[in-house]
Design a protein around this ligand. Structure first.
Ligand SMILES: C[S@@+](CC[C@H](N)C(=O)[O-])C[C@H]1O[C@@H](n2cnc3c(N)ncnc32)[C@H](O)[C@@H]1O
Length: 396
């Protein structure tokens, strides 16, 4: 049962502009909490209370029209309310009847964005030790500590994000089996955990000439750097621009006791020097990321891909080889001009020595209900083998 006024004002804290706060009215009390949003969304402006007696239809309507709801009551009821709002959103999928895959992709992303915004409006409050202020709530302090570090007063977060953090905590604990490694990789929250067997297997199987030193760019969990070490590369320098990925890759490398041969640096693309083998699995889709974790998936205007190809000759040993891993999904969706890799490589004095490819095996490639099924069902993952034009091993 929720008591108190159902309206409240929220604004960023005036005292410290770098710490956004949510404010709301609860009975006679003005409440405030640190605002935690992974996507960097500003604190909500309109906040009311919800609780065990709140009907899903009412909460759905409020969330759709921009009101955030601080849940007070039972944790499981809060989860049920979130599930009920999700079901209502799923009843209105975007229409893709025109057969235009690019338009279908854009409608799909717009729908995902709306879903994210609406679902992010159901909020829960945690105290300074990350205990949820809800009955029958699970212990979430470890998951919160991993993502946010030590607490500092109470926090407000969307229940959806918190559920994601709990799932990520479990994943980080149990890890993901990677057949090519004969072991498990442990992803951290916010780090690309979509470790698909098909691209890992391409890196595990591609013909490897002697390579004393390799780079793994955008290493994420460190999975491909680990595969290279397993294949006998003596020294691997892995980079990632995201500090969470750097911490995650270091932890995984330590679990495999490979710290002496694998080093991780926080960097924009290339480390110092040259390497005999440079591996890059970039974000595959040319579109704007909407949150930090989406930087692993979306590369606006293929800028990162183009920079990689243009800067590659400065970092490759004279006889070295680069393995660029890319899915053709963006080409099938009409988001990337056909032949972009070949043309940019040729302009950068690179030659294509060969390519390995494999059909996508993820479940969405088989899901006929998926709005992008026509493209996903034809998706192929490709490993391009690139060398410097005129090198002695060109064409091998
Ligand atoms: C598709 S994920 C690949 C992760 C991992 N290599 C794998 O194969 O599972 C792309 C990675 O590139 C990283 N990244 C994005 N922009 C980058 C940049 N400018 N420099 C270095 N890494 C970057 C992201 O943080 C992400 O970890």
């Amino acid at each position: 049962m929720v008591t108190g006024s159902l309206t409240g004002e929220v604004s960023a804290c005036k005292g410290d502009a770098s710490v956004p706060r949510v404010r709301w009215q609860e009975g006679p009390d003005q409440k405030a909490a640190l605002w935690r949003s992974e996507s960097g969304a500003p604190p909500p402006r309109r906040v009311e209370l919800a609780g065990d007696a709140t009907r899903a239809a009412v909460a759905f309507h409020q969330a759709c029209e921009g009101t955030s709801l601080v849940y007070r009551g039972d944790y499981r009821n809060a989860r049920q309310l979130l599930a009920a709002i999700t079901r209502r959103l799923e009843e209105r999928p975007p229409s893709s009847a025109t057969g235009d895959l690019r338009a279908a992709f854009q409608a799909h992303r717009q729908h995902q964005s709306t879903v994210h915004q609406v679902l992010s409006r159901l909020l829960v409050v945690l105290d300074g030790s990350y205990e949820l202020e809800l009955r029958r709530a699970p212990v979430v302090s470890e998951a919160c500590l991993e993502v946010w570090g030590p607490g500092d007063g109470s926090s407000a977060v969307s229940l959806r994000q918190l559920v994601g953090m709990i799932g990520a905590h479990e994943w980080r604990r149990s890890g993901v089996e990677v057949a090519a490694l004969g072991g498990r990789v442990h992803p951290h929250y916010g780090v690309s955990a979509r470790i698909r067997g098909e691209y890992v297997d391409l890196v595990a199987d591609a013909p490897l000439r002697r390579a004393a030193r390799a780079f793994d760019l955008g290493t994420g969990t460190g999975v491909l750097a680990l595969v290279l070490a397993r294949r006998g590369v003596a020294e691997v320098v892995a980079t990632d621009s995201d500090p969470r990925a750097v911490a995650c890759a270091r932890e995984n490398i330590a679990r495999f006791r490979l710290e002496k041969r694998l080093r991780v640096e926080q960097r924009d693309l290339f480390p110092e020097g040259r390497a005999d083998l440079i591996v890059f699995n970039p974000p595959w889709i040319p579109a704007q990321p909407r949150s930090p974790v989406e930087r692993a998936i979306y590369d606006p205007d293929s800028r990162l891909l183009l920079r990689f190809l243009q800067e590659l000759p400065e970092h490759l040993s004279p006889d070295g080889e680069a393995w660029l891993i890319l899915s053709n999904l963006a080409d099938l969706l009409g988001l990337r001009p056909p032949g972009l890799v070949a043309q940019t490589s040729a302009a950068a004095n690179l030659t294509l020595r060969g390519q390995l490819s494999t059909p996508a095996r993820h479940p969405r490639a088989q899901d006929r209900e998926d709005p992008l099924y026509a493209a996903r069902s034809r998706e192929v993952t490709v490993l391009y083998r690139l060398g410097l034009r005129g090198s002695s091993t060109a064409g091998r």
